[in-house]
Design a protein around this ligand. Structure first.
Ligand SMILES: Cc1cc2nc3c(=O)[nH]c(=O)nc-3n(C[C@H](O)[C@H](O)[C@H](O)COP(=O)(O)OP(=O)(O)OC[C@H]3O[C@@H](n4cnc5c(N)ncnc54)[C@H](O)[C@@H]3O)c2cc1C
Length: 357
């Protein structure tokens, strides 16, 4: 462990945000150590890691999709190549049409050139051998998923190998700072970047950032019948894997913010699967996980340095789009920390700072 060693950056939290930011900073030659609570399951490890740039009932393309998707692909592919692992999976998606409104929206988007590379062909009603499709469905392109567990295990193994990963839960009271130096667990660094996911709601230096955390649950299941080869999106989703394994999710809940799986969510997800699949077969639950999404008030990430304490930085608020957004923002924030490039106004935490608050 690198105690008493001066570092450039301490990263608190090893979800996708902390992991990818640390990776980019190390690539830029900085001395970095990541601290992560070994007892807690991050949202990143619960997530299915889906990326789907065109979402919602209005079938709207995520504003920055054209910019973020290529960066995400490049980042994940570079990591795959570097470590000889596979965690980025292109996989088509079939979205079920569930109402006349869906049908109208689909018709409109299909004629919009902005959506050309994202939306594919229409499938007639009742033609899928796998799922009930009474109103038909259509294909979505540029979708897939990141196996976040493989990615995070790969990164933590690399950080550990470089003596730059510490398993510990940090109490904010254990962090002290003065001009140009932060100390935590006897480690001194020039800066600390907080990447604690929804737990940042308890961060005393950034309590002015309004979060709207959302609990979510997913099930990993196995069946003995054949599954579709694409991701099925019907409000909730079904993500097929091999040998009858698949995942389904996710629920949304804003009140009971704990990481405990509930029987209500389990039933909701099982009901979804049984209503969706024509031949569900014998379904076995492999695991049931719950996590909290770090959603923000204006649905945009929170990135930047504390207006009065330049030793303290924040990289968070990726809501339910971590796999698509984090690679882009990690690259940008690493450039800001190393080369003083500007932070996008839209994501800069300063948008919420009030000097006299
Ligand atoms: C059910 C569910 C499904 C989801 N599905 C998707 C999806 O399909 N696609 C997608 O893009 N996104 C999805 N998300 C959202 C995605 O998980 C998040 O956007 C992303 O993972 C957030 O990453 P993060 O690193 O900011 O936070 P986290 O992954 O929560 O990581 C924070 C880390 O900080 C650590 N930490 C916090 N406080 C401390 C402390 N005091 N000391 C030490 N360590 C600390 C935690 O242990 C944790 O490891 C889903 C989320 C959930 C819950």
């Amino acid at each position: 462990m690198s105690t008493q060693t001066d570092l450039d950056v301490l990263i608190l939290g090893h979800g996708l945000a902390g992991g990818l930011l640390a990776w980019h900073l190390i690539q830029k030659g900085l001395r970095v150590t990541v601290i992560d609570d070994p007892q807690s399951l991050s949202a990143s490890r619960v997530a299915a890691g889906l990326f789907n740039p065109v979402t919602g009932q209005r079938l709207v393309k995520f504003k920055h999709a054209d910019r973020f998707l290529p960066v995400a692909r490049e980042c994940y592919h570079a990591l795959e190549k570097r470590f000889g692992k596979t965690f980025f999976h292109d996989m088509g998606m079939v979205r079920l049409i569930r109402s006349n409104h869906d049908q109208l929206v689909w018709g409109k988007r299909k004629n919009d050139p902005e959506y050309d590379s994202y939306l594919g062909e229409y499938f007639d009603r009742n033609t899928s051998p796998y799922v009930h499709d009474p109103l038909g469905s259509f294909r979505q392109h540029r979708t897939g998923y990141v196996d976040t567990t493989v990615l995070l295990d790969t990164l933590s193994e690399f950080f550990r190998g470089n003596d730059s990963f510490i398993d510990a839960r940090i109490d904010y009271k254990e962090i002290s700072f003065e001009k140009g130096q932060v100390t935590a667990l006897d480690i001194r660094a020039k800066q600390i970047i907080f990447c604690e996911g929804y737990r940042a709601t308890g961060n005393p230096w950034f309590s002015w950032l309004p979060f709207k955390p959302a609990k979510g649950e997913i099930l990993a299941l196995q069946t003995d019948t054949e599954l579709p080869e694409q991701i099925i999106n019907a409000g909730k989703w079904l993500l097929p894997s091999t040998e009858g394994l698949f995942k389904t999710g996710a629920t949304y809940q804003w009140h009971e913010l704990d990481e405990l799986p509930t029987k209500e969510a389990k039933q909701e997800l099982l009901d979804f699967v049984h209503a969706l699949l024509r031949h569900p077969g014998n379904i076995k639950i492999i695991h049931h996980l719950a996590g909290i999404r770090p959603c923000t008030k204006d649905t945009k990430p929170y990135i930047g340095m504390h207006p009065h304490h330049p030793e303290l930085g924040f990289f968070n608020g990726f809501g339910s789009r971590g796999s698509l957004m984090i690679p882009y923002h990690a690259e940008q924030f690493a450039a800001h920390l190393c080369d003083k490039t500007a932070i996008d106004k839209e994501t800069d935490i300063k948008r919420y700072w009030k000097e006299d608050a």
